[in-house]
Design a protein around this ligand. Sequence first.
Ligand SMILES: Cc1cc2nc3c(=O)[nH]c(=O)nc-3n(C[C@H](O)[C@H](O)[C@H](O)COP(=O)(O)OP(=O)(O)OC[C@H]3O[C@@H](n4cnc5c(N)ncnc54)[C@H](O)[C@@H]3O)c2cc1C
Length: 409
Amino acid sequence: MADTAQAITEDEFRAEALAFLEANAKPKPEEKLVFGEGSDEVSVLPERTPEQDAREVKAAKVWAQQVFDAGFGWITGPTEYGGRGLPASYQRIYQSVESKFNTASQSPRMIGLGMIAPTILAHGTEPVKQAYLQKLWRGEIIACQLFSEPSNGSDLAGVQTRAILDGDEWILNGQKVWTSGAHYSDIGEIICRTDPDLPKHQGLSAFVVNMKAPGVEVRPLRQMTGGASFNEVFFTDVRVPADHLLGDVNSGWTVALTTLMNERAAIGGGGAAGGSGASNRLLDLMRHLGATTNPLIRQEYANLYINLQVARWNSERAMSKIRAGQLPGPELSIGKLSLTENMRRTAELAAHVLGPRITADSGEWGTYGWSQFVLGVPGMRVAGGTDEVMRNILAERVLGLPKEPSGKS
Ligand SMILES: Cc1cc2nc3c(=O)[nH]c(=O)nc-3n(C[C@H](O)[C@H](O)[C@H](O)COP(=O)(O)OP(=O)(O)OC[C@H]3O[C@@H](n4cnc5c(N)ncnc54)[C@H](O)[C@@H]3O)c2cc1C
């Protein structure tokens, strides 16, 4: 467990990972898409009952603890916080070996690990790093992102939730919204206004808040797909210890950028594959319905296929920059846009092919199941920075077009 990069070779590490997985998980059978067999669910945001959510969270935590205790839970993390201190190539080896096995979905932990843990590592105080990093990576706790508010989403610098210092505690009051997974999270990263007299980007601070603290109220929000994967969160006189500040007082904007950069890497970096699983299902559906001989539909599918391919190459470009230790910038915004555009193309073509079958559940396999996907796609155009905001970033930073008025006051 305490090996350093030099103490274990990649081959030894691969063998160790394989031995662990062979002993603790079942190999994944080769996935073969057979129309009419298995689940016909095609969705973007999972539709779960609270009981299903609780089961998924529990299974994710149990597997995370097994993986962590075997030394594969935080492969690249600093050893002083419970990581293994190995280079990213070892992480990729583990992922590649694990992908051949059936393991519990880790999606409830993704925001915490992909966005909040890196922010804590970069900006947290020593006690906060010691208190939360290992617990997050070991799956003992889950974290959420408390940024958006009812009147401040894209304009994050305008947040209104107030934090006021009272002795050695901050007191939080306000409301957040669209908080994914707040209902099963133990901690959250919250952006608050700490100085209303400073220009809006400069009067913000970031904190780690205990989601179980008195005064935190989580209310589910039902989305048009029927599920309730995100929430409103109300804060009434919630007390946060002073050492739970991330970064300096009034430097919350910088902290938020760290989180958002990681969010775009998580969404935009995977943009290539985004929708490709659904596009394979769509091809299968088209074949089943005899739609592949329709020249218009063939043309639409070819367009989708080409765009998926381009997105895959863009994602490769971003990933190779990350591997080389560089920060991908525009590639992530392009990746995020490609992801949502390809999902939109997939959804529109599915609706075109299915016609009225997509509007009512007749019990016919593989038809109405697509409605979840079609209704879930608009959310992806908004989550993690809207399409319009991504276009602004590309226009200003890549094409060098004039900046839009920033609204900084
Ligand atoms: C599935 C999903 C999960 C989410 N999870 C979380 C979460 O866990 N935590 C969290 O904090 N938030 C979360 N969000 C919220 C998300 O970050 C915001 O919805 C997003 O930032 C947009 O903010 P808004 O909804 O206030 O829309 P607004 O910012 O009000 O935008 C409304 C419209 O105006 C456009 N617009 C806004 N500003 C500009 C501009 N400068 N130029 C051009 N057009 C502009 C937008 O593109 C959009 O079309 C989630 C959202 C979704 C859909």
